[in-house]
Design a protein around this ligand. Structure first.
Ligand code: URA
Length: 433
């Protein structure tokens, strides 16, 4: 086999065999295929795409390029949740304890912030003492005892995806359905869960800007799961505005705790209950409707909050964060405000720019090696459809001395459009696949 022939075959729109895909992927991982040939191969896929079988094969090959986690030491059916990435997306911090409080094991490997989106691991690390790397034994023990553990991904989880993703990032080949779907699902399959709930974000802050392409991605991921004999449900959710009230690490933990105490943003709570209910349903507990009620009750009666406390203590975090989050979490007391320049209605938000503004404050990283500042972030006072008066605060920026606050303000100014006409508020749940 020659890389040249395989690239040519895909460039001409032909279907690749599993062996051909494996030759390219593993050859690249081993260093036998150079960047320029892999880049050409990715570009050929970008234009000619992959069919369902090719996608399933690519996913399996990438998953098996590293460790395949065996979760059989954890009792019960394991359901994982994945978000395709958004701004202010702290859902795992609420969904995981809700689901665990219903007796369903949540054995979660989460990622860090990259690009304009945040990562659960960085958020959890804003809790003093919290350990996001546990040994595999500790991980299994915690899930069996408390039904919940959340850790960072091991270095050897789908290493082919890691190497290829970096190349895609540099060669304008990220936003292709097969490549995104196989990238995400390879890590999910390697993570070892039995079933998956996929939160596919749609809109200005998501990879998929419109509902049709999001549906295509959702369907591709569900099909990949099915072809590996795993169940999956995809929930398409709105990312045309930031999720909830805060973006930024400590601030999002604060919001998650407030939500678990019953004081959550309405749409954020709706999303958390929907995702929790699907996880509970896939775990085989009951019908979707009954699972939704169970999730609602867990939140309402404080069971999920208790579970979150257990989880924080089990992973070494300061338990006082539950009673006094604002004292325990590092939250900057320095702030500036982004205010409305005229009267009207918020008619559009470029959410990706909002995420980038948050990064300029120091909440995210441009490169993997960058440090993040847990204390900074954004508080959202107005969403799409809200009325604003000139001079009213739209966003509060929690800043530190290293924040590029002026750039963040400029980005917010570009991101928020105020118009004279009344604009409809957005629904959070758009579709289910
Ligand atoms: N997230 C991933 O893990 N991979 C992609 O390709 C896009 C988003």
């Amino acid at each position: 086999m020659r890389a040249y022939d395989i690239i040519l075959k895909k460039r001409n729109g032909e279907i690749l065999t599993k062996d051909e895909i494996e030759y390219m992927i593993m050859g690249y991982v081993d260093g036998n295929i150079p960047d320029y040939q892999m880049a050409a191969f990715l570009m050929a896929i970008f234009f000619k795409h992959l069919n369902n079988e090719e996608r399933a094969n690519l996913t399996e090959i990438m998953a098996k390029s590293g460790d395949m986690l065996n979760l059989s030491k954890i009792e019960g059916k394991k359901v994982d949740k994945h978000s395709t990435g958004g701004v202010g997306d702290k859902t795992t911090l609420v969904v995981a304890p809700i689901v665990a409080s219903l007796g369903i094991p949540v054995a979660k490997m989460s990622g860090r912030a990259l690009g304009h989106t945040g990562g659960t691991i960085d958020k959890l690390e804003s809790i003093p003492g919290f350990r996001t790397s546990l040994t595999l034994d500790e991980f299994f023990k915690n899930v069996n005892k408390y039904k919940i553990a959340v850790v960072g991904q091991t270095a050897n989880l789908a290493p082919a995806d890691k190497k290829i993703y970096a190349l895609r990032d540099a060669t304008a080949t990220v936003d292709e359905v097969s490549l995104i779907a196989s990238s995400i699902m390879s890590k999910k399959l390697a993570g070892g869960a039995d079933a998956f709930v996929l939160d596919v974000k749609v809109g200005s802050g998501a990879f998929m800007k419109d509902i049709d392409s999001a549906k295509e991605l959702a369907t591709a991921m569900v099909e990949i799961a099915k072809s590996h004999k795993k169940e999956a449900v995809a929930v398409l959710t709105n990312m045309d505005e930031p999720l909830g009230t805060f973006a930024g690490n400590s601030l999002e933990v604060l919001e998650a705790i407030n939500t678990l105490k019953g004081n959550g943003d309405k749409k954020f709570v709706e999303l958390c209950l929907t995702l929790s209910a699907w996880m509970c349903y896939l775990a085989g507990k009951d019908s979707y409707e009954k699972c939704h009620k169970l999730a609602y009750d867990s939140l309402k009666h404080g069971n999920a909050l208790e579970k979150f406390k257990e989880f924080v203590i089990a992973q070494g975090g300061d338990k006082n964060v539950i009673e006094n989050p604002e004292k325990v979490l590092p939250i900057s007391n320095k702030y500036i405000e982004f205010k409305a320049k005229n009267d009207g209605y918020i008619s559009k938000i470029n959410t990706e720019k909002v995420g980038i503004a948050c990064n300029y404050l120091g909440a995210g990283r441009k490169k993997k090696e960058d440090n993040i500042d847990h204390s900074v972030g954004l508080e959202f006072f107005k969403k799409i459809g809200d009325k604003v008066s000139k001079g009213e605060t739209i966003v509060k920026l929690y800043i530190s001395e290293n924040s590029a606050a002026e750039i963040a303000l400029e980005l917010l100014d570009e991101a928020y459009i105020i118009s004279d006409e009344e604009t409809k508020k957005l629904n959070i749940i758009l579709d289910i696949v």
